[in-house]
Design a protein around this ligand. Structure first.
Ligand SMILES: Nc1ncnc2c1ncn2[C@@H]1O[C@H](COP(=O)(O)OP(=O)(O)OP(=O)(O)O)[C@@H](O)[C@H]1O
Length: 219
């Protein structure tokens, strides 16, 4: 579903590159982990495959089409959902409205959007009372779950997530990873997760480790 071809990236100068010649493949129906030390460039890599930033060299293909020819705006709107480390929820809205707004932008093909959103929020332990409160009144872990649901409800085929379980207790984290697994395997989505947690990585179908400026397939 997604391929990177010879991509390289640096921020300030080319000699300080984060990586070069990165050729990775991500298939539909699978969940991937990206591991690596802090500062190695994992978030930067996610921003490239999510179409939020552009590699300095190389190309990214989504279903064999260069994401530039799809158009990054179209790609983000129709094909890829991003779960940000800092959630990026709209603070003046409720959890429910955050999910509904995203569904409306992505034009999720569902008749009763409110029922669909509430059902998915419920699955991660956000009941209707919590879902209708201003999102700023929710805890960090609750906001993280709203961000996860917002991305799942967009129904895109590719989901990229930056430390999606970073703020969750062990049980909730396991539940979320099982949910991701189910979505990847049953709905044939491709889910790519940046994580520091070995337990999360172990549940993924494949693991890429970013080390010494290169990605190695370690599982
Ligand atoms: N906007 C920026 N301008 C310059 N350098 C940056 C910028 N954003 C990140 N960097 C640097 O690029 C490197 C990779 O950052 P990135 O956030 O991708 O790492 P990471 O592996 O996701 O780290 P962490 O696990 O701590 O979140 C770091 O050294 C960081 O300081």
């Amino acid at each position: 579903m997604l391929k990177t071809k010879d991509i390289g990236y640096w921020y300030t100068n080319e000699q300080d590159f984060l990586y070069q010649d990165v050729d990775l493949t991500f298939d539909a129906g699978k969940m991937y982990a990206i591991l690596g030390a802090s500062g190695s460039g994992k978030t930067t890599f996610l921003s490239l495959i999510a179409g939020l930033d552009v590699p300095k060299v190389g190309h990214i293909y989504y279903n064999d089409q260069d994401i530039h020819s799809i158009g990054l705006r179209n790609y983000r709107k129709n094909d890829v959902s991003t779960i940000f480390q800092s959630y990026n929820l709209l603070p003046y809205m409720s959890a429910l409205d955050n999910v509904l707004t995203a569904m409306s932008i992505c034009q999720t093909p569902v008749d009763n959007k409110k029922e669909y959103a509430l059902e998915h929020l419920n699955k991660v332990g956000i009941d209707e009372l919590l879902a209708t409160k201003p999102v700023t009144q929710l805890s960090g872990g609750q906001q993280q779950r709203v961000a996860i649901v917002r991305s799942l409800c967009c129904n895109h085929d590719l989901i990229v997530a930056d430390e999606p379980t970073g703020n969750l207790d062990e049980q909730t984290s396991q539940d979320i990873v099982s949910l991701f697994q189910k979505v990847a395997h049953e709905q044939k989505k491709c889910i790519i997760i940046v994580t520091h947690e070995q337990d999360v990585a172990k549940k993924c179908d494949a693991i890429y480790e970013l080390k010494n400026k290169q990605f190695d397939l370690v599982k």
